[in-house]
Design a protein around this ligand. Structure first.
Ligand code: PLP
Length: 394
């Protein structure tokens, strides 16, 4: 089937809740995807950060194949080695936490919100989240997402959420009272436009949570698994959270979510309080193990730091040529280009030239390549962006 045939099928049978780019993709390899009409596209936003170590990483593909022949799925009535091993690998790379597995970022955040209420003293039920955050689309995660546009059609939403401006310590102090169970925050707001938390802010969250017996929950769904150059975004700060949530890059393309909590906190999630049928299934966990092994064997944390710096420098050079660029910000391979005007047309034009990037919050172009990205690929991407901006006379 060609792209047009696939689009026709979607128009008739698939619910239209996404605005999609007009290509049907059939194959992916590393930093490249290939569409149904034979075009090759350089992907600088692979899978919205899901394909964190590139499309179809051979180690992940092999692990899935091997697991598929043994056991596709086993329910949580039993034990499986893959789930235990992935939890161990995560624990060793974070704060010695214990993990609950689910299937998505939203579900990981739901688990964290529930754990905070069950673990903290009775009467604590409120959650503080930051304006511009994104935590997912289920009712709890949607209400946590402090962007009122996202839930205007879905009132009444879940009670108990309090919103504060991001990186504002005074507002955070004011928002705290005896009823706060948790603060939920992204170390770097992704959908919110690549807004990096300040070290002082992270420390203030930790201090206020300790003082008020509340949980510090970090949503690492986008920052996690190496994108920032560390395993987890919080490791760039002098704080240890009580709970982190993961998804996206964790499965290297397989659907998986995870919530890791300090052991003494995790202990509150006893049988009957929470569950997920597919959570921690064999295929997803085998993929997750392969992702962690690949990151280590191929030094991808280091590559993320190095290539992140290289890409930021190159994008900063574009700033002097194109006045539409206000500034470049971010950390590691989580880079935002703040424009002075909307960026949707730039994204569409880049795609026509064979480059896939993303635009969020109207005016922030997101550049989040795979951790396996090379200088040559970055050069190519920046060249295409440079040409597109030049042609648009921006
Ligand atoms: C993508 C994302 C989510 C939601 O993940 P889903 O798998 O789509 O439910 C939550 N938090 C952050 C920070 C994200 O980037």
């Amino acid at each position: 089937m060609k792209t047009q045939d696939v689009i026709k099928m979607f128009d008739e049978y698939v619910i239209g809740n996404y605005s999609r780019l007009p290509r049907a993709i059939v194959r992916g390899k590393g930093s490249y995807i290939f569409d149904a009409d034979g075009n090759q596209i350089l992907d600088m936003f692979p899978g919205w950060a899901v394909s964190g170590i590139g499309h179809c990483h051979p180690k992940v593909v092999k692990a899935i194949q091997k697991q598929a022949e043994m056991l596709l799925h086993m329910d949580n009535t039993f034990y499986t080695e893959a789930q235990g091993k992935l939890a161990k690998l995560l624990s060793e790379r974070a704060f010695g936490g214990k993990t609950f597995f689910c299937n998505s970022g939203a579900e990981a955040n739901e688990a964290a919100l529930k754990l905070a209420r069950i673990h903290t003293p009775k009467g604590k039920y409120k959650y503080i989240t930051a304006i511009g955050s994104f935590h997912g689309r289920t009712f709890g995660a949607m209400t946590a997402t402090a962007q009122p546009k996202k839930f205007e059609h879905f009132q009444p939403v879940v009670p108990g959420f309090v919103y504060v401006p991001f990186n504002d310590i005074v507002a955070l102090e004011k928002a705290f009272d005896d009823e706060v169970a948790a603060v939920l925050i992204e170390p770097i707001q992704g959908e919110g436009g690549i807004n990096v938390a300040t070290p002082e802010y992270m420390k203030a969250i930790r201090r206020l949570c300790d003082k008020n017996q509340a949980m510090m929950i970090l949503d690492e769904v986008q920052t996690g698994m190496g994108r920032t150059g560390k395993w987890f975004g919080y490791q760039d700060y002098d704080v240890v959270p009580d709970i982190i949530t993961l998804a996206k890059a964790l499965g290297g393309g397989a659907a998986i979510g995870a919530m890791m909590a300090k052991p003494e906190v995790a202990a509150s999630l006893v049988p009957g309080t929470h569950a997920s049928t597919f959570g921690g299934n064999c295929i997803a966990c085998a993929a997750g193990i392969a992702v962690i092994e690949a990151i280590e064997e191929e030094n991808l944390l280091e590559n993320a730091s190095k290539m992140g710096k290289y890409a930021s420098d190159k994008l900063n050079q574009l700033k002097s040529k194109h006045t539409v660029i206000d500034h470049v910000r971010g950390k590691g391979l989580m880079i935002g280009i703040q424009l002075k005007q909307p960026g949707a047309q730039i994204v569409a034009d880049c795609l026509k030239e064979g480059l896939r990037i993303n635009c969020t919050q109207d005016t922030v172009v997101r550049f989040m390549p795979s951790m396996t990205v090379t200088k040559i690929e970055i050069d190519k991407a920046v060249e295409i962006l440079d040409n597109v901006l030049g042609r648009m006379n921006l």
